[in-house]
Ligand binder design. Sequence first.
Ligand code: GUN
Length: 291
Amino acid sequence: MTARIIDGKAFAATVREKVATHVARLKEENGITPGLAVVLVGEDPASQVYVRSKGKQTVEVGMNSYEHRLPAETSENELLALIERLNADPDVHGILVQLPLPGHLNEDLVINAIDPAKDVDGFHISNVGLLATGQKAMVPCTPLGCLMMLRDHHGDLSGMEAVVIGRSNIVGKPMAQLLLRDSCTVTIAHSRTRDLPGVVRRADIVVAAVGRPEMVQGDWIKPGATVIDVGINRIDAPERGEGKTRLVGDVHFDSAKEVAGAITPVPGGVGPMTIACLLANTLTACCRAHG
Ligand code: GUN
């Protein structure tokens, strides 16, 4: 049996279409245009690519995009002053500070300076607490995208065994909270987990978010399980020619797809869903702001 390949690119396009339809109606009926401010400090090349892509897709769904590019040597006070201004700006409904920040800036301090109602990343300590206690929260975009794909494939997730590999604040922990909220039995595995293959073999749902290229092997997967691969790793690909590289996930796709019931590819799986969920969160923040 080979797995159904979950097409995140197509799914993300349908999410964006729904957002665009809602945005058009908000404009027409209420004269409101949702606005997303993205703040980039420094010149990290990967962050620059993400920020450009976010800005482009924000405009494509009819929202206003406000980009703030600051030099790497920006002081904490300067960055906090910008966040204050964005918090107070009624045209800005969502604020995203691209991570990682340069080393001299305290990420926790900066993220927690964002108005929780505008925290479309769902990283503010208030949103983390609201999610953990089952209250209405802004939910981090990558885990939200994973959950949407899981619900679309399975419908009800209740009672399923889910293993999340990775315990980051951005993906692993909120993913576990979301699966728990949907009544899965959840295990968070990580680099110190003993017998990781044995733990993964129990799972009906595997979410891999460890940042280790192709670590999860096909023979770790329970036959028929659903595998969501959050990893984006660039590795050398000498078979494509000298100096060439390719993108792979945290799952060894070719072996896993022979065992799994469904699997997300890399690229074209979770990745496109993240920005689509960011736009959905911005729309949610705008609707909440306007009652
Ligand atoms: N850097 C990598 N992923 C993310 C994300 O989801 N949000 C922010 N703000 N920065 C990131």
